[in-house]
Ligand binder design. Structure first.
Ligand code: SF4
Ligand code: SF4
Length: 318
């Protein structure tokens, strides 16, 4: 699969039965997906347990790759937000141009769908992988009321990810979330980010530290160290949309911009400030003390608690 431009040679496993509704082909779906800036599309019939509405005959799993990076906000988040909107626009277009129903269904559980599809592999970090692009992609799902005709069937190589005895992600995870027994989400930094819960003290030192690997929003250490992501890692950028000071203050303009870039679900002012405080504390920079001290008086218990911690960190390093 190409990563710089969409590669439509990757086949889909589509419904084989001839459609009595609307004869859409895999090429049609590929074209819609490419025009919506997706890098690949996989079509398959829904299975019981997928949760698709009964009249949906085809599920279209859409893949959008992204370049890793971001010091304060991991680049997965803007890519995921863009993919979310692109999938909706694509569904509307398919419905309008073909007279069928096309529903955005990304709220369904997508990981199990990937796991039964031969193109995808799964790491011990529970992430899905594709050849060449590793785990650096976002997924969206669209359901169609029409069947999609398969035009070619090329078997996938199912050996694109072999964890073997690697365990690099397990060793690198700061929270110890990747265990021999499986993934323990309560130990994962992302479980606390923007959750409204205070970050456990032992994890606070990782926020904003070490060249953005553990950002204010997002932690990708387990992906960063994975050999299957090496090719994408070469393209890492330090690109960021905000400064730390902007996130600490989080005025109305910053908040609106944050919502537009990453999605309104993430744009909760006190939660952004709370995360930014941990990063500010970890800088050890006295220049942030004035803002931090003011925030120790916040009416938000979360903000006040993180502000006290951040002030203590900076004072210790003075
Ligand atoms: S995202 Fe970070 S904390 Fe969570 S499992 Fe990966 S490395 Fe561990
Ligand atoms: S870092 Fe190693 S063990 Fe972890 S997912 Fe990648 S290949 Fe598997």
């Amino acid at each position: 699969m190409a990563i710089s431009s969409p590669d439509w040679e990757t086949p889909a496993t589509a419904c084989l039965a001839p459609s009595k509704l609307k004869r859409l082909t895999y090429s049609d779906i590929s074209r819609y997906a490419a025009e919506a800036q997706f890098s690949a599309a996989y079509c398959f019939a829904p299975m019981p347990g997928d949760g698709a509405p009964e009249h949906i005959r085809t599920l279209v799993l859409l893949v959008r790759t992204y370049t890793p990076g971001g010091l304060l906000v991991d680049r997965f988040y803007p890519a995921s937000n863009a993919a979310f909107h692109a999938a909706r626009a694509m569904a509307e277009r398919i419905a309008e141009e073909n007279g069928i129903e096309a529903l955005p269904l990304s709220n369904l559980k997508l990981k199990p769908m990937c796991r039964r599809h031969a193109a995808f592999g799964t790491g011990i970090n529970t992430l899905n992988y594709l050849p060449d692009i590793g785990s650096r992609f976002c997924l969206e799902l669209v359901g169609l009321s029409a069947e999609v005709a398969q035009e070619r069937a090329i078997p996938y190589d199912h050996s694109q990810l072999s964890c073997g005895d690697c365990r690099r992600c397990q060793r690198a995870c700061p929270g110890g979330a990747i265990t021999e027994k499986g993934f323990e989400k309560e130990r994962c930094i992302r479980f606390y980010m923007l959750s409204g819960k205070p970050m456990p003290v032992h994890l606070r030192k990782y926020i904003g530290g070490e060249a953005g690997a553990r950002a204010i929003v997002g932690c990708d250490i387990c992906q960063r160290v994975c050999p299957a992501n090496a090719r994408m890692e070469e393209r890492r950028t330090a690109e960021d949309d905000f400064t730390l000071e902007e996130l600490l203050l989080c005025d109305a303009g910053t908040l609106a911009d944050f919502a537009a870039r990453y999605g309104k679900n993430y744009a909760i002012r006190n939660r952004i400030i709370a995360q930014a405080l941990l990063a500010a504390g970890n800088t050890g920079a006295p220049g942030y003390l004035e803002i931090i001290t003011a925030l120790t008086q916040s009416s938000s218990a979360l903000v006040a608690e993180h502000a006290r911690w951040a002030r203590e960190m900076i004072e210790k390093k003075r």
